[in-house]
Write a protein that binds this ligand. Sequence first.
Ligand code: NAP
Ligand code: ZN
Length: 347
Amino acid sequence: MPITIKALQKSGPTAPFQVTTIERRDPRSDDVVIDIKAAGICHSDIHTIRNEWGPAHFPLAVGHEIAGVVSAVGDAVTRWQVGDRVGVGCMVNSCGECEMCRQGYENFCLNGSIGTYDVEDVDGTITQGGYSEKVVVNERFVCRIPDALELDEAAPLLCAGITTYSPIARWDVRQGQKVAILGLGGLGHMGVQIAAAKGADVTVLSRTLKKAEVAKDLGAARTLSTTEDGFFEQHAGEFDFILNTISAEIDLGKYLKLLKPFGVMAVVGAPPEAMQIRAGSLIGGNKVLTGSNIGGIAETQQMLDFCAEHGLAARIEKIGVDEVDAAYDRVVAGDVMFRFVIDTSTF
Ligand code: NAP
Ligand code: ZN
């Protein structure tokens, strides 16, 4: 039997959120039913549902930072039991058989991984995200939330955590390196904590010094304001690695000058506008400009375990379902430290 639940949907890009009723599929034998306790608000939710990345499918519930408790399992489920504390991130299924899936890169499934929201599922329905009471997910796309982590502070790790952990791990960010985290929002504040836990000397590059105090508490050695006169000249050639989390259009060439020769900028921020740089910005100093897209499921579990081991979690502001429209405006204005998390008991 399909499961009828409440969700928070928009009927169009400018419509307000409304509590609606949706159906989750009749669980398949390898599905897990999760009672959602907390759902983080990622800037990608905003880009998507405001049609900033192209037309979304409405009515739509977004949300891909999900933490909850398993409430039912299908007959063939082997990894999970009722009562387990679990999380779901940006994907809910993939083919499981292609070269990418077999290597743990379900996010690059050659047959198309199924996103947690706004994507056509195998049954032709449009996936609906975590701003809802329950989710039904293939058991391979569920991660364990370690006991050391609170569910609401763990929810944002399922996107912001893995999206920053993955490039930091891939580019081997380590002690002895000067690392800049560009933009101190939801992703940025996890990037600071993870890079600092890896032993790097971390600098936050923010538009203002408003968050400097808390950045220090997160593990940053310093915060610099990118809008101060002479900033780009003064800090040219300073960093080995820059994690770029900015959600809006910037002059990338200016920021690439902050790298040492052979330095690496990993772009995770996904503004709607096209990036423009001159070839010289990369050629001068053999710089590497690379991208990074969330991470695979095994790596997401690794990240959760790493956060638990190092005492890292998201700094959150909990809100009710009726506060999400206002929260979106605050995220866009850069007015959140550092993630809004929807308390689903307010449905
Ligand atoms: P967020 O909390 O809004 O943080 C974005 C930060 O960007 C802000 O805190 C701000 O930092 C900076 N910023 C915003 N507008 C700016 C501007 N005009 N100029 C300079 N800096 C600006 O967003 P988020 O949830 O961390 O997401 C960040 C981006 O990553 C989004 O585009 C999102 O879609 C993308 N994303 C990508 C992936 C992936 O897999 N690659 C996964 C998740 C999200 P300061 O206030 O410190 O200046
Ligand atoms: Zn996200």
